[in-house]
Design a protein around this ligand. Structure first.
Ligand code: CA
Length: 239
């Protein structure tokens, strides 16, 4: 895939540390964001383990379908985080994940938790992922509007995360890739601060320049309060 890509992570305005981690590997067509959770730097450890183990599994020599390899990589990341929890007695350590790999002009996107993937195609933005979060479950049941969910005090509660022994499989989807597509991966520090129409407007005017798009998205999240770490990866597909 011919693509220009950039990633940026920012601590934000309120937090003392950045527990997000990301990877942009255009050569392997591999893009990842992980958003760690847990006290005493445990979140940083979990998100770093997740990104490193996905990179190791997915960029090495391989055969087999990308979707299968991605799910295997997520299981490996989960196992390593659980091992690390046991060693360090950090039972609260966990991380969300969103990852995109490319195979035969198709994007395979996997996510766990509330890190998101979006696609801007022909000027219109749509979400490619559905958050594994308590508020999103309420939205799906019709009990909460999307706008209310964005400001809800329980918006940080994820219902699926790596580092959990019960439910740690990734939800996968595939999307055919077209020239001009702009893929965005983000941690929730972006979308809890910046509504989708504003994300769309920023990508419309700067999506062909992924670095500029990333800088504008992070700046906007911070202007809106920067309550969380914000991490973004933008991939512009060339012709
Ligand atoms: Ca976060």
């Amino acid at each position: 895939m011919r693509a220009a890509a950039f990633g940026l992570s920012d601590v934000g305005r309120r937090r003392e540390s950045n527990e997000d981690a990301f990877l942009v590997d255009a050569r392997s067509d591999l893009y990842i964001i992980a958003d760690g959770m847990g006290g005493y730097a445990a979140g940083e450890v979990a998100s770093r383990i997740a990104v490193d183990s996905l990179k190791e599994v997915l960029s090495g020599p391989h055969d087999g379908k990308a979707a299968v390899r991605l799910q295997d990589a997520v299981q490996e990341a989960n196992a390593r985080i659980c091992d690390s929890q046991a060693q360090a007695d950090q039972r609260q350590m966990g991380t969300t994940l969103v990852a995109m790999v490319v195979e035969n002009e198709r994007a395979i996107i996997g996510h766990v938790g509330d890190s998101r993937a979006y696609l801007l195609r022909e000027g219109a933005l749509r979400r490619l992922t559905s958050d594994h979060s308590w508020v999103n479950e309420q939205v799906k049941l019709g009990l909460l509007s999307d706008e209310a969910a964005q400001r809800h005090p329980m918006r940080n509660i994820v219902t699926r995360a790596l580092g959990s022994r019960t439910e740690a499989t990734a939800e996968l989807r595939e999307e055919g890739i077209r020239s001009g597509d702009v893929f965005l991966l983000c941690s929730d520090g972006l979308n809890t601060m910046v509504p989708d129409p504003e994300i769309e407007a920023i990508l419309q005017r700067s999506g062909e320049d992924p670095e500029r798009a990333c800088r504008e998205l992070v700046s906007r999240a911070n202007e809106r309060g920067g309550e969380d770490n914000t991490t973004v990866v933008v991939v512009h597909v060339g012709s």
